[in-house]
Design a protein around this ligand. Structure first.
Ligand code: ADP
Ligand code: MG
Length: 684
């Protein structure tokens, strides 16, 4: 029964069958596993006399009268009925469904679910869900599930199909071991599926959701553990910590490291000595000095004769890191190869070498520091002695790209140690879920002497004042960034939004030079725009959010963010971090058009909070984990697991460990073996 075709369960039209297949539903089993994504609560059943406007309710009654008529105003056929029970009668209207007058006969017993409203002084139902009275209501009288659909398929049809499939539910095979379910007090898959489609109570529904969330997080933890075991077996290069080298390097820096930078660098250098691959996250607010910590680790690996990669999300940022490294290496007089590989550059130190030449040297295993963008991930690049991979702004890289790096490296038969840098902290509980086992170093305090940026929300009525303020700052010699959001999806490179804004600003500030930075510009053009701004040849730089303004412009003291409601708090914080990098008091002006209360609350919280960690937590609260740690970032597409189930991670992890200790290859659980194979990619 589970394997039989879903489309034969009830009579379907051709387009309906096609839509079903488009949903990926072929068999009865597929149908059973097509679970609702939300519910409409029509479980409250009322007498007609007791109906109140605005309440979601179900009623049971008899059709007293039903007629169809054409509404000239609405230009459609509608059905009008009066439905009565023992307590009273209520008017019902179905727009565009005049045919109901034929299918519902006078005197027929029916159930209705909907929300009565007052119309012309009387209470009526408009477009309620209806079904003929029965012992097993499907569309009314309960928590009515809402399913993902494809055009051609109506909610009613899908509910009927699923209802017809329910007798097969007890045949569903559980992949989770029975003793595990028992010790976690979770229902089996069969029960969970029944509860999810036909919950008898909110508690039952919650139990179903919990079980499904547990299953996902259990597979995730199992894959994480298994992956870790496999990686440990392959092992990584042991990079000896040369204390003299590092001490000398640090002592020759133009400033002293902060205590937390020292601690983080120490942690990483310890990691590098181990024969098993490290997976460490370095969290630190924008401007906290993560780059230097990363460079210290990379330097150590390169000095010991290995290859170290520093991967940046944009060419501008890669170039900047490269130049920073160049500067420090010069001071140190160290003979370490410092290389840059991006779409437009292939450099060793100050020399331009061809891309293919550089790739060849990489493949031959030339020790050194390799800084670059995605260009480092091309198929033709195979690091031969890769000891360390550092990913800057790790959230900007997809899973696939991280996987590529580890895979190129795996050809060397060693797994590189991995260090990810982020200014967007992830709560510990979620880290485990999204990245598996992970060590964390934190830089909480910034280097001394930075003035906090003053943040102000600017509504449309204050726009003119804000421009006057900007003009004054610029007259005093300062500069301003203006970030524009992507407004249309078709404008994915932000060309239009940035250009429009730059033109508008040029009219407001006719005497100033306005620079422009967007995704369609060539590298050389981008660099020229950045160089002009850095040299104060342009006073305002308009940039899209897609072009991360990675360059340090200490003279810029104003960050204007247009359409701020479109950005997450962490992202806003990143923008704000571009100013306040020198002695000038800096300002972040947050412009927002859509002023509803939720937006205002969120942005006010942003204005009040200077701490990126706190903002990340708030993001989680305001937007939920799904959006922040979405598929792009983690590769995990959790369907049921969410931040409200973080309590399940620890037990899932424990159970996964237990299972793997008893059966490392999962020999007695072939289904779990397959699951793990599917998931393991996410940790690479
Ligand atoms: P982020 O953590 O955002 O990547 P960066 O590494 O770009 O921050 O550092 C921001 C700035 O702080 C850089 O100009 C860097 O040279 C400077 N910096 C880093 N560490 C220190 C320190 N200990 N004292 C003073 N300035 C520092
Ligand atoms: Mg950085």
């Amino acid at each position: 029964m589970l394997a039989s075709p879903a489309e034969n369960l009830i009579k379907l039209t051709k387009p309906q069958s096609a839509a079903l297949k488009k949903l990926g539903i072929f068999t009865v089993k597929d149908l059973l596993l097509h679970l609702p994504f939300r519910y409409q609560d029509f479980s409250q059943i009322k007498n007609i006399r007791d109906l109140k406007p605005g309440e979601n309710v179900s009623i049971r009654g008899k059709v007293k009268s039903i007629v169809s008529r054409f509404s000239f105003r609405g230009r459609m056929n509608l059905a009008e009925a009066v439905i009565c029970d023992e307590s009273g009668c209520v008017k019902v209207v179905w727009f565009n469904q005049g045919y109901l007058a034929k299918s519902l006969a006078k005197g027929e017993k029916i159930f209705l679910a909907g929300t009565p409203e007052v119309y012309k002084n009387t209470l009526q139902f408009a477009n309620p869900i209806h079904e003929k009275a029965s012992d097993f209501p499907v569309h009314t009288m309960r928590l009515v599930p809402v399913y993902h659909l494809k055009s051609g398929l109506y909610p009613r049809t899908l509910r009927n199909l699923i209802s017809a499939a329910m007798p097969a539910a007890p045949q569903l095979q559980d992949e989770l071991p029975a003793d595990l379910l028992k010790n976690q007090n979770l229902p089996g898959l069969d029960a969970a599926v029944i509860f999810a489609h036909f919950p008898k109570s909110p508690e039952q529904l919650e139990l179903a959701k919990k079980r499904l969330a547990f299953e996902e997080i259990f597979y995730n933890q199992l894959a994480a553990q298994k992956y870790k075991i496999e990686q440990a077996r392959i092992g990584s290069y042991e990079v000896k910590f040369d204390q003299t080298l590092i001490k000398n390097f640090v002592s020759r820096l133009p400033f002293a490291l902060t205590a937390e930078q020292k601690k983080a660098a120490w942690d990483i250098l310890q990691d590098l000595e181990k024969p098993t691959p490290a997976n460490r996250l370095l969290e630190g607010d924008v401007g906290s000095g993560k780059t230097l910590v990363a460079l210290i680790a990379a330097l150590q690996a390169a000095a010991a004769g290995f290859q170290a990669v520093l991967l940046a999300p944009t060419e501008i940022l890669a170039k900047q890191h490269f130049e920073t490294a160049l500067k420090y290496l010069k001071i140190q007089k160290l003979k370490i190869k410092n290389c840059l590989l991006t779409n437009s550059y292939a450099k060793i130190g100050e020399d331009n070498v061809g891309k293919s030449k550089l790739r060849m040297l990489i493949n031959e295993g030339m020790p050194g520091l390799y800084i670059g963008t995605h260009a480092l991930l091309q198929k033709s690049v195979h690091f031969k002695k890769l000891a360390l991979v550092i990913i800057d702004e790790q959230h900007r890289f997809g899973v696939q790209q991280r996987a590529t790096l580890v895979k190129t490296a795996a050809k060397t038969h060693k797994i590189p140690h991995l260090l990810s840098l982020t200014a967007t902290p992830i709560p510990r509980s979620l880290q485990l879920a999204f990245f598996g086992e992970l060590e964390v170093s934190r830089i909480k305090t910034k280097p001394e002497g930075r003035k906090p940026v003053i943040t102000r929300l600017v509504g449309d009525q204050d726009r003119r004042n804000a421009y006057e303020f900007i003009a004054k700052q610029i007259a005093n010699g300062r500069q301003a960034f203006v970030i524009t959001p992507l407004i249309e999806e078709t404008d994915s490179l932000g060309v239009k939004s940035a250009k429009t804004e730059a033109d508008a600003l040029q009219k407001i500030f006719p005497a100033l030079k306005i620079g422009l930075l967007h995704g369609r510009m060539k590298t050389a053009e981008k660099e020229a725009a950045m160089a002009d701004f850095l040299a104060n040849k342009s006073q305002i730089l308009v940039a899209t959010s897609v072009v991360e303004v990675g360059v340090d412009v200490p003279n810029a003291s104003i960050m204007v963010i247009e359409g701020a409601e479109r950005f997450g708090l962490s992202q806003l914080h990143q923008f704000r971090g571009r100013v306040g990098r020198a002695e000038h008091q800096s300002y972040c002006l947050v412009f927002c058009q859509k002023e509803n209360d939720a937006v205002k609350n969120r942005l006010e919280a942003f204005a009040k909070t200077a701490d990126g960690f706190e903002l990340a937590e708030m993001d989680l609260k305001f937007r939920g984990s799904g959006e922040i740690y979405g598929a792009a970032q983690s590769g995990w597409n959790f369907k049921y697991f969410s931040s409200s189930y973080t309590d399940l991670i620890a037990p899932a992890r424990e159970q996964a460990q237990k299972l793997l200790t008893a059966d490392p290859e999962l020999k007695s659980h072939p289904e779990l073996q397959n699951r793990v194979k599917e998931k393991i990619i996410h940790f690479e």
